[in-house]
Design a binder for this molecule. Sequence first.
Ligand code: 5AD
Ligand code: SF4
Length: 431
Amino acid sequence: MRTVYIETYGCQMNLADTELLLGHLGRSGFRRTNDPAVADVILVNTCAIREHAEERVVGRLGDLVRHKTRRPHVQLGVTGCMAQHLRDTVMTTLPFVDFIVGPDAYRRLPELLGDPTGDPFVDVRLDRTETYADIAPEREGGVRGWVTIMRGCDKFCTFCIVPYVRGRERSVPADAVIAQVRQLAADGYREVVYLGQTVNAYRDGDVDFAELLRRTDAIDGIERIRFTSPHPSDMTERVIEAMATCPKICPQLHLPVQSGSDRVLARMERGYSVATYLDLVDRLRGAVRGIALTTDVIVGFPGEEEADFVATCDLMRAVGYDAAFMFKYSARIGTKAGKWPETVPDEEKHARLQAVIALQEAQSAARNRTLIGSTVEVLVEGPARRRDGWMVGKTRHFKTAVFPSDGRRLGDLVQARVTDATAHTLVSAAL
Ligand code: 5AD
Ligand code: SF4
């Protein structure tokens, strides 16, 4: 039996694609290994969202090639977004790469790998209909199962490479989604997280995202439902209502804002203004009491002036996010903004990034401290990393909580009293 080793970079969607690849290859006779030194096939599932992500992969491929030097039959390949984005560069600058397979061509991978002595191959065709609905993933295990419900993106924000590397938006048929969630429940998973580049744009005939959430809420065995990432413009009243009324949908939302300046948002072609975003936040908070909000922010977008940056900080303060992912703008070849001159020098981008990180750290810590003394429900994920004899899990608001284990096991739902809090962790005592 041939063995396959996969390393994954980038977002949750890529991790889910790795599980898909493992499931698909598994049924074609490949066995997974966690050791590249014994693998017959080495895959690097890549991300193209920022230049830094691509640089890391190039470095890692340079490392992994040593397995081929020692064992020449090894096939080393690049899958995922970077395969799509930089196929020519990879082929010319990394000639030892045996194959390059984009996100819509995984179905053919076992067949392409069939002949280990064969020529290098590239398959980066995008496919408007591929959803892999019939391919069962080989999951990591644990309490949380990720289910990709839509692929691709049609939004074309001017900074973003995703629509080019993952192609057009398409949804997995609702029956297939529900069947996967039932299977998760049967396999002992307690939480489902729906994934999609614009997950709330989901639609299969009459079944929109709100309806899919309602159907999921009715599945026995699943205790918690989350989804990521929704686009603010697709956040309909129906979805908000589903969040407010379905008990299993967690009071937590990652709602990428990107910038707090209308001028920048318009140049990003995000499709909303600061006012409409803030109105959405108000409606969410009105409907789902205590909802935790997180976001993505980009600093140093072409044309971002000091006043725009200040507006972003103001918006972050106005919303009071529970957490944020913050990035320096990285120009991507092929995107609209990628052709625009960069106006913010790297040192300035760096300074702005440090400033928003400091702002958010303080806000996260302050928000978490308000929870001290309260009771939270924690779904136990396993042993805590840095504290012997402690367990870690997530609260319904998706906050990380640690507590003394006291015989609690993976998958238990534990009531815990918060005794201390940092920007990233709630320290608690199980009740
Ligand atoms: N530069 C920096 N950050 C980016 N993101 C997407 N494209 C870029 C880019 N070119 C960020 C956005 C998005 C998150 C997944 O990555 O904030 O929401
Ligand atoms: Fe990229 Fe915008 Fe699509 Fe998100 S919505 S994946 S940022 S193009």
